[in-house]
Ligand binder design. Structure first.
Ligand SMILES: [Zn+2]
Length: 309
């Protein structure tokens, strides 16, 4: 059984950056957003983090061989139908309350369990990281009961998240044909509340959940990584953190299956906190998001009126 570290949180909260840094640690294999592997990689053959098409990436070929005796043996329609049936935010109360998971929950989770175990075997890693983010998937993996699951819940200031969702971002894996989804600030504020609350519920169901604030992590990535490694049961030597430099990290090639364009970065990755929202998010929208997310922002320790320094 593979040990799995699931990175959760609403999109644009910094999970990709946290994953890229974790992926540099010894004994860790970062897989990207496995939730999108079925459609974007098996179906659409988008690019792996290494730059190859999924179908020609040596790492994923070996994972598919080990997990399913080849990806051709995966019934993608079946996986996507199961996903539609069980992996829904509105199903979280049901997933969280059930003692015996339904057959379709177990079947859907089994595809992930096979990918995780094969990736651990192929890479030789002790721990695989799935940055799928979706709280509903984390609840599915918990309910299935046969995955050694730990969750890092990445929280970022809802105003920064809202601003990020308003920006246009191209998806390089589609060679410029597609852009990342955008949400209005009101919509992202509601999603921020719902997704973050869902990870609180996961912790109450007995899953080890470590919540980190993205801003705090970026202020001292070395300390943040040491704490996460400890949570994940990874033993570090001082040399293991040499890829962390003042203000940036030096990244190797990774094999992230899907996710934020940062998954393609090789070499220098700047580590700085983007505070553009403090000046660029219009005041009315800033107040709206602050009002909608106020209780949880305060619970997480965020100041209600931060100023850019
Ligand atoms: Zn690859």
């Amino acid at each position: 059984m593979a040990e799995v570290l699931f990175l959760g949180g609403l999109g644009r909260s910094g999970t990709t950056l946290v994953e890229r840094l974790l992926g540099e640690l010894p004994g860790v294999c970062a897989l990207g957003e496995v939730v999108h592997l079925w459609q974007r990689d098996l179906r659409d053959d988008e690019r792996c983090g290494c730059g190859e098409r999924f179908s020609t990436c040596e790492f994923w070929l070996r994972v598919g061989k080990s997990a399913f005796d080849g990806w051709d043996n995966v019934d993608v329609d079946r996986v996507l139908a199961l996903r539609d049936a069980v992996e829904r935010t509105r199903h979280i109360p049901w997933l969280a309350s059930t003692a015996r998971p339904a057959a379709d929950v177990r079947e859907y989770a089994s595809f992930y369990a096979k990918v995780y175990a094969a990736a651990a075997e192929v890479s030789g890693a002790k721990l695989v990281v799935d940055s799928s983010k979706h709280s509903a998937l984390a609840h599915v993996l918990r309910a299935a009961g046969d995955i050694d699951l730990r969750v890092v819940h990445v929280v970022r200031d809802a105003r920064g998240v809202a601003y990020s969702w308003t920006k246009r971002v191209a998806r390089p894996e589609t060679d410029g044909a597609d852009e990342m989804t955008r949400y209005s600030p009101g919509r992202s504020a509601l999603l921020w509340n719902a997704h973050n609350a869902a990870f609180g519920l996961l912790a109450r169901r007995g899953v080890p959940v470590r919540r980190i604030r993205y801003e705090e992590f970026l202020a001292d990535p070395r300390a943040g990584l040491i704490r996460l490694a400890d949570f994940a049961g990874i033993t570090l030597q001082p040399a293991d953190l040499e890829f962390l430099r003042p203000g940036h990290a030096d990244l190797r090639v990774g094999h992230s299956a899907a996710g934020n364009p940062m998954r393609f970065t090789v070499g220098r990755l700047p580590l700085r906190h983007d505070t553009a929202w403090m000046r660029a998010l219009p005041p009315a929208q800033r107040r709206l998001v602050g009002a909608v997310c106020g209780p949880m922002l305060r619970a997480y320790g965020y100041p209600m009126n931060p100023q850019e320094s």
